[in-house]
Structures are given as C-alpha cells and as structure tokens.
Design a protein around this ligand. Structure first.
Ligand SMILES: [Zn+2]
Length: 53
C-alpha cells in the first residue's frame, strides 16, 4: 500500500480494509497536521509530523 491514508479514507478504504488500517494506526509514529490521522510511516500522511519517541 503506497497511497496516503488521508486520501484512502476518503475513498471508503476503511470499510473494506479495517484490519489493515488497524495495523497501520496501532503504533503510530506520525500524526497528520492537516487531518489528525496517525500512521506508522510518514509517507502515509499528507502533512506528517513525528510524534515524540
Ligand atoms: Zn492528512
């Protein structure tokens, strides 16, 4: 999966891939400054900011 989560969610990704989504957000390392979503890789977010580690 290479597309950004921020965009995927708008495309009804969640409903079809909820288990995969949970894996991505389970241990978040980045937060999106624009939409507030979290992810394990900054490439998944449109405005990523590293969460303090
Ligand atoms: Zn975003």
């Amino acid at each position: 999966m290479s597309k950004k989560m921020c965009k995927l969610v708008k495309e009804d990704y969640l409903e079809a891939h909820i288990a995969e989504y949970i894996e991505i957000i389970k241990k978040p390392k980045y937060i999106c400054k624009k939409c507030g979503r979290v992810a394990d890789e900054e490439g998944r977010l449109c405005k990523p900011k590293k969460i303090k580690d």
